[in-house]
Design a protein around this ligand. Structure first.
Ligand SMILES: [Zn+2]
Length: 417
C-alpha cells in the first residue's frame, strides 16, 4: 500500500486540490481526494511526496508509430523485424520515462510486443495497437512509389496495400488475428508521401470504408482514419469512421458530422512542427514538399481551432516516427504539450486530452485516464504546477515518479527540488 501526497489534478474535470492524496492498494486506486480525508487505514502506508509536487493520471500517447523507422520510407529496405522491435522497445522506455503509462500505436509492427507483455517477457506501457494500416494503391502507405507495387508492399512494413472490399476485410481480419485492438485506414494522402496530394484527395471507396467499419464493429472496436484533405475526411465521417487523425482541412460540415456522430479528432502538431523547422533549415528538401508541409501546417492550426471552439472531443498525439534528422525522436514526445498550448488550449484541457480523452480512444475510460477510486493505479508525480506552466510537462526530468498498474516504474524523487 502506498500514498502519494501533493497537488491533485484528477483530470475528471474537477478543480485541483492543493493538499491532495492518492492511495494505492496493489494495482488499484482506493482513494483520491483531500489529504485530510484520507481514511485512517492508510496512516501506516508508505508516503511518496516531493516539494511542490503534482499528482496526475499516467499520461497516454494518442498517436505514435513505435517501430516505423523514420519519415523517409526507403529506410524500410534496410530494416529487419529484429531491429524494428529493438527500436520500439527503446522508444517505449523513453515514453514511460516521460510519464506515459499507455500508448496508442497508429500503425507499425509493434502489435507483436503485446504478446511479449502478456507472457511477462517485457515490462512496457499499456499498448493499444492498430497493427498494419490499410492504404490504397498509391496512397500514403504505398509510400515509395518508385519501387514496383510488389516491392513496395514487401519493404514498407507498416501498411497493407489493398483494393476492394474483400481485401479490406482480409487485411483487417489478419490484423485482429495478430492482436490488433482497432482499425486504422488512410482515406487521404499525406505530407511525407511524395506521390499523392495530401490536400485534395479521397482514398478508398465508400464501400471499402463501410466494410472496414463493419469489420471493426463486429470485433467491438472502431475505425480511425488518417485523414488530412477535406474530401477524405468527409467520406470517412459519412461512412462510419469515428476518429480523425490529423484533420488538416476540416470545415463546418465536417465539424457538424463529428459532433452529431460523437467523433474524435487527434491533432498531431509536433510532427508538423518538427517537419516545418527541418524544411526551413534544409536546402535539399524538394520545393513541392516544402510547400505541401507549410500549407498543411497552417491548415492544421486553423482546423484545430474550429474543432476546439465547436466542442469536438480532442485527443493528443505527437505522431513521431523516430527520425533523428527530423528531430521527431521519442525522447522529445512531450513537445505536444507546448504545441497544444500554442494552438490555444488551456493547461487543464491539454492535461485532460493526454489522459481522460486518450483513455476513451483506448476504449479504457472505465479503467485509466482519471484518478478515481476503483481505477487502475497509473499515476505520475510531477515537479511544479503544470496549470501555471504546461511546459513543465515537456521535460522528463520533471516527471519524478511513474506508477503503472500499482508498480513504481520510474522514481527520481530523490532528485526533486
Ligand atoms: Zn501517424
Amino acid at each position: 500500500m502506498k500514498v502519494l501526497k501533493g497537488r491533485l489534478i484528477d483530470c475528471t474535470g474537477a478543480a485541483p486540490i492543493e493538499a491532495g492524496a492518492v492511495a494505492i492498494d496493489k494495482n488499484k486506486i482506493c482513494y483520491a481526494g483531500e489529504a485530510a480525508g484520507l481514511p485512517a487505514e492508510y496512516s501506516k502506508a508508505e508516503v511518496l511526496e516531493i516539494r511542490d509536487g503534482t499528482i496526475l493520471p499516467g499520461l497516454i500517447e494518442g498517436h505514435v508509430h513505435m517501430s516505423w523507422g523514420g519519415a523517409n520510407s526507403i529506410h524500410w529496405i534496410d530494416y529487419t523485424p529484429q531491429l524494428e522491435m529493438a527500436r520500439a522497445l527503446r522508444d517505449l522506455q523513453f515514453l514511460r520515462s516521460e510519464g506515459y503509462t499507455a500508448v496508442r500505436d497508429m500503425g507499425s509492427g509493434c502489435v507483436f510486443l503485446k504478446e511479449c507483455v502478456r507472457e511477462g517477457l517485457l515490462d512496457l506501457p499499456r499498448l493499444f495497437a492498430a497493427g498494419r494500416i490499410l492504404t490504397q494503391i498509391g496512397g500514403h502507405g504505398d509510400a515509395y512509389q518508385k519501387l514496383t507495387l510488389e516491392a513496395s508492399e514487401k519493404v514498407y512494413g507498416p501498411a497493407f496495400i489493398v483494393t476492394g472490399v474483400d481485401e479490406v476485410r482480409r487485411a483487417i481480419r489478419t490484423n485482429f488475428r495478430n492482436g490488433a485492438d482497432f482499425v486504422k485506414i488512410m482515406t487521404t494522402g499525406g505530407v511525407f508521401s511524395q506521390g499523392d496530394k495530401a490536400c485534395e484527395t479521397c482514398h478508398f471507396s465508400r464501400e471499402e470504408i463501410r466494410a472496414a467499419v463493419e469489420e471493426a464493429e463486429n470485433q467491438g472496436t472502431y475505425v480511425s482514419s488518417h485523414a488530412q484533405a477535406n474530401k477524405g475526411i468527409r467520406t470517412a465521417l459519412e461512412n462510419g469512421v469515428c476518429c480523425i487523425e490529423h484533420g488538416f482541412y476540416l470545415d463546418e460540415y465536417c465539424i457538424e458530422l463529428m459532433l452529431k456522430n460523437d467523433c474524435y479528432l487527434v491533432p498531431t502538431l509536433s510532427i508538423m512542427h518538427t517537419s516545418k523547422v527541418f524544411n526551413e533549415s534544409n536546402p535539399h528538401v524538394l520545393p513541392e514538399l516544402k510547400e505541401k508541409t507549410l500549407r498543411s501546417y497552417e491548415a492544421h492550426y486553423r482546423s484545430l481551432d474550429l474543432a476546439h471552439k465547436a466542442g469536438v472531443k480532442i485527443g493528443m498525439g505527437c505522431d513521431f516516427v523516430n527520425d533523428p534528422a527530423l528531430g521527431c525522436t521519442y525522447d522529445r514526445a512531450n513537445m505536444e504539450f507546448e504545441r497544444m498550448e500554442a494552438a490555444g488550449f488551456a493547461p487543464m484541457e491539454i492535461l485532460q486530452a493526454a489522459t481522460k480523452t486518450n483513455a476513451e480512444l483506448l476504449l479504457m475510460a472505465d479503467r485509466i485516464g482519471t484518478l478515481e477510486a476503483g481505477k487502475l493505479a497509473d499515476v505520475i508525480l510531477v515537479q511544479g504546477n503544470p496549470l501555471n506552466d504546461i511546459r513543465l510537462m515537456c521535460d522528463a526530468d520533471n516527471i519524478k515518479l511513474v506508477i503503472q498498474d500499482g508498480r513504481i516504474v520510474k522514481d527520481i524523487t530523490a532528485q526533486a527540488d
